[in-house]
Design a protein around this ligand. Structure first.
Ligand SMILES: Cc1ncc(COP(=O)(O)O)c(C=O)c1O
Length: 411
């Protein structure tokens, strides 16, 4: 049988992480112990108090029924309390907050709720893949702005120049700070100017705040919603995945502008019956009792691993600036100069096969990521030290020219 599937499926290239995983699995099946610094998959479990409350609730069969699509009201109230105590931001739990099955789901369905075919969206590049593909799947067109320009001193002028040259005008801009993959951060001044620009131009701001709490060296990331007018033009996505190490639980929130939140809520009402109630109750406990301690604990673990990785690779001749890696669970590492010509895909392939270390090629986040690797801090310090050793050894025994000869340019 030859089936004909939707055209939108054809627009999607194979998911980078999928290809990387396939190769990694193949090597593992051969008995090779790959050190996996590829995907940003948190390796620590949720806080104990969250797990025990969830187990307790799980025993009540009433919680096994369909839940409420937008999130149970006690949870939405708890999120409002959390934003108030953490950022001094007031939110109406029923109108300005909706629970999502993680931010990936929320972002995807929000694009469906906001975009008509042919609409355009501004996305800084390099970009986390869902920031691009959620728009494409919704029939929209992505206009990329180099992230470097957006974070430069004249960013509003640069943005205005791009904006003025476009027709139709973009519906929204998708921001994400601390940023995956580059780890770049934005300050309050940035959000203030962006908010003013967006208000003036009737542009919505969607801010993916997945790494809100995974910050290092005393740096604290501001919430976009702290800007007084932010709620007039935008929403922020937060997730339990990183701050509370609950990635597999699949829960996050979209907060802010009531019209945007309710557009997402409406579309989700058709697609899902809500997150499993015990997970929602566990999240209440996390936000109520663990909101300060747990994220700090997880951030400290990633910070220590970042230090080990950067110090180790720099000793081996790499040139990674710690001050530019102040947040997220990644290190955005420039490929050492002499190997740069191999390209990030080929170099990652070489590291996977010869150093037995899996990392993500910068290029898989867009051309603007070429020349870099995204290294996830999801193995313990010992394994990271081991990874550094293996990388050093592989590089000392294989020249850039040999890497070029042995590996294809693409996956
Ligand atoms: C920037 C960014 N947004 C969203 C997500 C997805 O998060 P969630 O688990 O909430 O779907 C990730 C996960 O890696 C991410 O890095």
């Amino acid at each position: 049988m030859e089936f004909q599937f939707a055209d939108r499926l054809l627009k999607l290239p194979p998911y980078v992480f999928g290809k990387l995983n396939a190769l990694k699995l193949e090597l593992r099946r051969k008995g090779i112990d790959i050190i996996d610094l590829g995907m940003g998959n948190p390796d620590k479990g949720a806080p104990d108090s969250v797990v025990s409350k969830t187990l307790e609730v799980l025993k009540d069969p009433k919680t096994h029924r369909y839940s409420r699509s937008k999130g149970i009201s006690q949870l939405l109230k708890e999120v409002a309390v959390y934003y108030k105590k953490k950022y001094r931001v007031d939110l109406d739990p029923e109108k300005e907050i909706v629970a999502t099955i993680g931010s990936k789901e929320g972002l995807s369905h929000l694009a469906l709720a906001l975009l008509n075919p042919g609409d355009t969206v501004l996305v800084p590049a390099p970009a986390f893949p869902i920031h691009i593909w959620s728009v494409v799947l919704a029939g929209g067109n992505v206009i990329t702005i180099p992230l470097e320009k957006l974070l430069g001193p004249n960013f509003i002028e640069e943005l205005a120049k791009t904006y003025d040259s476009l027709w139709p005008k973009p519906k929204f801009i998708l921001l994400n700070f601390p940023h995956n993959p580059t780890t770049a951060v934005a300050d309050r001044n940035f959000y203030e100017k962006m908010t003013a620009f967006a208000l003036e131009n009737n542009l919505m701001i969607i801010h993916d705040f997945a790494y809100a709490d995974i910050t290092f060296d005393g740096y604290k990331a501001p919430s976009f919603l702290e800007i007084p007018d932010a709620k007039k033009i935008g929403v922020e996505f937060i997730t339990m995945s990183k701050s509370f190490s609950m990635a597999g639980w699949r829960i996050g929130f979209c907060l802010g502008n009531a019209q945007i939140v309710q557009a997402l809520e409406k579309i989700k009402g058709y697609y899902d019956y809500g997150i499993f109630t015990p997970v929602q109750v566990g999240s209440i406990i996390a936000l109520r009792h663990e909101w300060e301690e747990a994220p700090q604990k997880y951030a400290q673990i990633y910070e220590n691993r970042r230090n080990v990785l950067i110090e180790g690779l720099n000793k081996a001749g790499w040139n990674i600036d710690k001050n530019k890696n102040k947040a997220t669970m990644f290190v955005w590492a420039p490929i050492p100069e002499e190997y740069k010509k191999t390209g990030s895909v080929r170099f990652s392939r070489f590291l996977l096969e010869e150093a037995e270390v899996c990392v993500s090629p910068g290029n898989s986040f867009g051309e603007e990521g070429e020349g870099f690797l995204r290294i996830s801090l999801v193995e313990n310090e010992k394994r990271i030290q081991q990874a550094v050793k293996q990388i050093k050894k592989a590089m000392s025994s294989t020249s850039p020219e040999e890497v070029m000869e042995k590996y294809p340019a693409g996956f």
